[in-house]
Design a protein around this ligand. Structure first.
Ligand code: MN
Length: 128
């Protein structure tokens, strides 16, 4: 049975790119275009891992992460933050909100798949 990944992302181009990478990696994918849909789908489908964009049209990725990590039904699901505008202190903010990991955009296939594999119990990649 393949692992299921939820990607919360409002940018269709990023969604398309990551969809390709995940399919290539043998993952199943669930897609949410905003934070509230992301929280709802996470609770409904209990994915194995969540990729979370930070800048979203409704609640941001940090708030969505806080909601998921404060709910015992889904607080065990690893959440990896994805963001383009990584600034000093961002990593700390993401971790504080409950994100388990962090990937800076632009996303590369290797970094994405290695990081996902690690959080699903595989070997630790160089970037984590
Ligand atoms: Mn966005």
């Amino acid at each position: 049975m393949s692992h299921v990944i939820l990607y919360v992302e409002d940018n269709p181009q990023n969604m398309r790119l990551v969809r390709k990478m995940l399919k290539g990696g043998g993952y199943e994918m669930i897609e949410a275009p905003d934070g509230q849909t992301g929280v709802r789908l996470a609770l409904e489908f209990k994915p194995d891992l969540i990729l979370m964009d930070i800048n979203l049209p409704d609640i941001d990725g940090l708030e969505a992460t806080r909601q998921l990590k404060s709910n015992p039904k889904c607080d065990h699901i690893p959440i990896i933050a994805l963001t383009a505008n990584a600034m000093h202190g961002d990593r700390e903010r993401f971790i504080e909100a409950g994100c388990d990991g962090y990937i800076a955009k632009p996303i590369t296939r290797n970094e994405l798949l290695n990081t996902i594999n690690y959080f699903l119990g595989g070997d630790k990649p160089a970037n984590v």
